[in-house]
Design a protein. Structure first.
Length: 706
């Protein structure tokens, strides 16, 4: 649904403003008076306003110390100044009535500093806040008067999303932003984005991440302030090179890999500007720097408002709603769902800034294509709920090893430790890596999990690989190649076979291969045939279009390699710096393993030798660190999963108690399935957590005005 865009232009200087409201017709123009408060601040107010009383109101708004009457008065003040004379005409328009909604696109020159910090998103018509209007879906956008050279185009692949934080995500000051990251990760769970997470970054590290990852979307969580000299963001807490970063430095970092289509700033007052000096908001500066879409905060948004706004906005984007309508649905959810919404204005603080030539029907994501990738990941048994937690160091290694649209730089990556790895989430980690690589256009082949009998011969490994190839063909519709591994490469008439007949030929050959148990396969020949077959399938996948292409690379994901007793040593002998492939056609291997159990000693020796060579890497699989585990468990609780509801912290004062309780789960991801919801129940009983049903609240609100 595209909302009709009504332009609300503010012109003039000083205390002599005028408003013009129009679309493609004759504008309705009227004056908007402004007056100076006792401290000299210029604000738009009715001529008969009590200035000391108004100054006190604005002070309470700025300190987030409002009550219900303050919230209503503030919203009504802004509405009367900006829209009052035109609202009846807007509502009576045929296109607005037909759409049951409208986009109010606010536009004024960059030098109108007094207008930037005001929360126009809170406007109230005397009966309702426009954001929660019973008859209309009202979107309020802020149009920056600049045309970008490249308006965002709808992506036909899952967008690359960089989730970056300027301090540890456990930092209490950025907690709402950290929860925002957890909610954005649900996009990943549904196959809607290909993410990368970088924490505690400096400006230089942020620039390097953007250059390497070339993100389409960037979500930045950081401390921020709007100063008289201009907005700043603090990046790299406690790190050499960390400190305050101005808008020019931030823009340079964000555009290191090209200009992202959108930037989300979970940064306090990043949308506010500075009225006294005329300094622009950070969001305006980024749009002026040719980033077409920026979501920013005009104040300090609460965790509850952030949760509701983000959840509904992302849900709308998954359903294919244009960005503007999705943001309006998010704000409505934050308004109607938060118990404090009548007393506080945090639901109004997220603001959507757009370049002038970004159309109201702009969609950042092609939901059909993204959903298809998600379905393929489910069919390949790689995409699992709930949201994946932790392992940022390991996933960061994967991000660096698989740059966008390029062949990987790693050949063999072992994730393990000298001890048991049960209950540490190794299988789930491989699935997470697999679905990430799939969304980046690669061909991950997940070998495992094996409940009883893991591969013990090279023949078993081949059977597992070709069975997964059949799965790919079934899930994507690509053609199966005439397999050399199965001896089908000389079969006549292969191209005339249907996919079903080709799969049947594979199964027949697999059955014959299993029965030939008298001798194992020739290792080097098997390695060559494996590369030939997998790259033939990769070329077929490339024909499906984005995200697949010439860069598509087969990757073997080996679960619990130490259990592959009997074949581990032979298999490792075949590994090169390019994995099981060649320099031109690499086949990286990513394996989880205990370095003690089973054939773990062979893996350990290989790791110790390989780490002295390029292409070989090792990452430790251990219990999650306390803060990372506690935050991850909260991310799981934040969204309903299976039969479980969502659980949230009802009061910021309870956060420390919750963190201490969740640390008692000793950082084992397995506890998500076992103990987490038992802990959540106890926490709810003592008031540390609260059970919420956001979808029902929003649905009840929508139904009451249907």
């Amino acid at each position: 649904m595209t909302l009709p865009r009504i332009l609300v232009d503010v012109r003039g200087t000083g205390e002599d403003w005028s408003v013009s409201v129009h679309r493609d017709d004759e504008p309705l123009t009227y004056p908007m008076p402004g007056r100076r408060l006792p401290d000299g601040t210029l604000v738009p107010v009715p001529p008969d306003a009590d200035l000391p009383e108004l100054a006190a109101l604005l002070d309470r708004v700025g300190r987030n110390a409002t009550d219900a009457e303050d919230v209503r008065r503030y919203g009504r003040l802004l509405f009367d100044c900006l829209l009052g004379p035109a609202w009846a005409a807007i509502r009576s328009r045929a296109d607005v009535i037909a759409a049951r909604g409208v986009e109010l696109a606010l536009r004024w020159p960059a030098n109108q500093a007094a207008l930037h910090p005001l929360m126009w998103e809170a406007m109230h018509d005397g009966v309702n806040h426009l954001a929660g209007h019973p008859d209309l879906l009202v979107a309020i956008t802020r149009i920056v008067p600049v045309d970008v050279t490249e308006p965002p185009a709808e992506l036909t692949r899952p967008p690359r999303m960089l989730l970056a934080a300027g301090s540890p995500l456990s930092d209490p000051v950025i907690r709402s932003g950290a929860m925002f990251v957890g909610l954005v990760r649900t996009l990943e769970t549904f196959g809607m984005c290909a993410p990368r997470v970088d924490v505690n970054v400096t400006a230089q590290q942020l620039g390097e991440a953007c250059e390497a990852f070339e993100p389409d979307l960037v979500h930045l969580v950081a401390h921020g302030q709007a100063t008289g000299e201009g907005p700043t963001v603090h990046l790299g807490s406690g790190l050499t090179g960390g400190g305050q970063v101005d808008s020019k430095q931030l823009l340079a970092a964000l555009t290191g890999g090209g200009r992202p289509a959108a930037v989300i700033l979970s940064v306090c007052r990043s949308g506010a500007g500075h009225a006294a000096t005329g300094a622009l908001s950070l969001a305006s500066e980024l749009v002026a720097g040719q980033i077409p879409v920026v979501v920013a905060m005009t104040g300090e948004v609460s965790e509850t408002a952030c949760r509701l706004y983000t959840t509904k906005m992302l849900e709308a984007m998954r359903e294919g709603a244009p960005l503007v309508a999705a943001a309006a649905r998010g704000r409505r959810a934050a308004l109607v769902g938060a118990r404090s919404s009548m007393q506080r204005l945090d639901w109004a603080m997220p603001a959507l800034f757009l370049a002038a030539n970004v159309a109201p029907d702009t969609r950042l994501i092609d939901p059909d294509r993204a959903r298809w990738i998600g379905k393929v990941a489910v069919g390949l048994e790689m995409l699992k709920e709930p949201v994946f937690i932790g392992r940022t160091a390991i996933l960061g290694r994967i991000d660096r090893a698989f740059p966008p649209q390029a062949r990987p730089t790693a050949g063999f990556l072992t994730v393990g430790r000298e001890g048991p790895i049960a209950e540490l989430g190794g299988t789930r980690l491989l699935r997470e890596i697999g679905q990430r690589l799939l969304r980046r256009g690669h061909l991950p082949v997940l070998l495992g999990p094996f409940s009883q009998h893991a591969p013990s011969t090279l023949r078993d490994v081949v059977v597992e690989v070709v069975t997964k190839m059949i799965q790919y063909a079934e899930e994507t519709g690509v053609r199966l190649p005439p397999s050399r591994l199965l001896g089908l490469h000389t079969a006549s008439g292969w191209d005339a076979l249907s996919n079903a007949d080709a799969a049947d030929a594979y199964y027949t050959a697999i059955d014959a291969l299993r029965r030939e148990c008298d001798a194992d396969l020739m290792p080097e020949r098997t390695r060559s045939d494996l590369r030939t077959d997998l790259y033939a399938l990769a070329r077929s996948m490339a024909g499906l279009g984005p995200p697949f292409g010439e860069h598509t690379t087969p990757v073997l994901l080996a679960d619990e390699l130490h259990r592959w007793e009997g074949v581990v040593r032979d298999l490792l002998k075949l590994v090169r710096p390019s994995g099981l492939g060649t320099a031109d056609e690499p086949i990286p291997v990513i394996a989880t393993a205990s370095l003690l159990a089973g054939d773990g000693e062979a893996v350990k020796q290989f790791v110790q030798t390989g780490l002295r060579q390029p292409g070989y890497q090792f990452e430790t699989l251990d219990e999650l660190p306390g803060d990372e585990a506690a935050l991850g468990f909260q991310w799981v609780l934040l969204r309903p999963w299976g039969e479980h509801p969502a659980f949230v912290v009802p009061d910021a004062s309870k956060v420390d108690n919750l963190t201490k309780i969740l640390r008692r789960l000793d950082g084992r991801p397995k506890h998500v399935d076992e103990l987490l919801y038992q802990f959540a129940g106890v926490c709810t009983d003592v008031g540390v957590l609260e059970e919420v049903h956001d979808d029902k609240i929003y649905a009840d609100h929508a139904e009451s005005y249907a």
